[in-house]
Design a protein around this ligand. Structure first.
Ligand code: SF4
Length: 307
């Protein structure tokens, strides 16, 4: 095992398969509604994130239907993790958040939740609320979208937050040590070079972070980046290049960091580029990463022999 996969971590800890349930709780995002900015991040068309989660169903319906589906599909399912994925899942009054999270946490089969959000959307009362669930549920995660540790890139991709807000959110979150933190990073953002990307890894290493999600930049339809791509302003990574970057990136992180994702994809009818970021190529990408690890292992053994 070259890195610690989230599924393996869950399997070891709970003795079987833990299935994530993606939930769209109907939240929006301050980077879209004008309170921080409008238009959203230049790569974001939220509908492409999870075609299964974009729904008008209630949270209860989404959970119950998903649990039934997965229980039939995977007989060895031991439990579930509620994943609040779409948009910014802490962006609402605390009472509204409590109502939504309570619904998800009321099921005994659900061992916890993972809440996707922005680092500038976690006031103290929201962190206190999230921490309160750790008394009953062992697996409570916040997933912060950082994408890059470079302010100029953040500005360019219209994130409408800085690096300092991310550091502040992580440090405040970890005052409640029972909450686990996962960070989202995109490799291959416009105008970032190799050193820039590795610097993002080094920042993650310097902070109390439990997990990462690493994605290659992929351009989806109906985004600002789609237009930039078509006029040649964005260079796409090729699969092998991404595999090398991902392995290098992981080499800077602590060995025990939990890798929630090592690649990312969009539905074929939403994807503009690169072609290999579609679900049908996912296994090839994982294989390319595995081969890159194996290649380095062989080289390391050889160099040890030479010494
Ligand atoms: S990526 Fe996240 S923060 Fe950016 S616009 Fe989309 S939902 Fe909002």
């Amino acid at each position: 095992m070259y890195y610690r996969k989230f599924n393996d971590y869950l399997k070891e800890k709970y003795g079987g398969r833990i299935q994530k349930i993606a939930i769209d709780a109907g939240f929006t995002c301050p980077n879209r509604d004008g309170s921080k900015a409008s238009g959203g991040c230049t790569f974001c068309n939220n509908e492409s994130f999870s075609p299964y989660a974009m729904t008008k169903q209630t949270v209860k319906d989404q959970i119950e239907k998903s649990m039934e589906f997965y229980k039939n599909k995977f007989k060895n399912t031991k439990g579930f993790l509620a994943y609040f994925q779409a948009f910014t899942n802490t962006y609402a009054p605390v009472e509204k958040l409590r109502e939504v999270y309570d619904q998800a946490m009321s099921y005994p089969e659900i061992i916890g939740m993972s809440i996707g959000t922005r680092p500038d959307c976690v006031p103290e009362e929201v962190l206190d609320l999230i921490a309160s669930y750790t008394i009953e549920k062992p697996e409570i995660w916040i997933e912060y979208g950082l994408q890059t540790a470079h302010y100029k890139t953040l500005k360019k991709i219209n994130r409408a937050h800085g690096v300092s807000e991310f550091v502040d959110a992580v440090l405040r979150t970890k005052k409640r040590s029972s909450i686990k933190i996962c960070v989202h990073v995109i490799l291959g953002l416009p105008e970032e070079d190799y050193d820039d990307m590795m610097e993002t890894a080094k920042l993650i290493t310097a902070l109390p972070i439990d997990g990462v999600k690493i994605h290659p930049l992929h351009i989806v339809k109906h985004t600002a980046m789609e237009k930039q791509y078509h006029i040649g302003e964005i260079k796409e990574l090729d699969m092998k290049e991404y595999a090398k970057l991902a392995v290098d990136f992981l080499s800077y992180l602590p060995k025990d960091i939990i890798v929630h994702r090592i690649t990312g994809e969009a539905a074929e009818d939403e994807l503009v580029a690169p072609y290999w970021c579609s679900p049908k190529h996912k296994m090839e990408v994982l294989k390319a990463i595995e081969e890159e690890f194996q290649k380095r292992e062989r080289l390391e053994k050889l160099s040890l022999r030479v010494v």
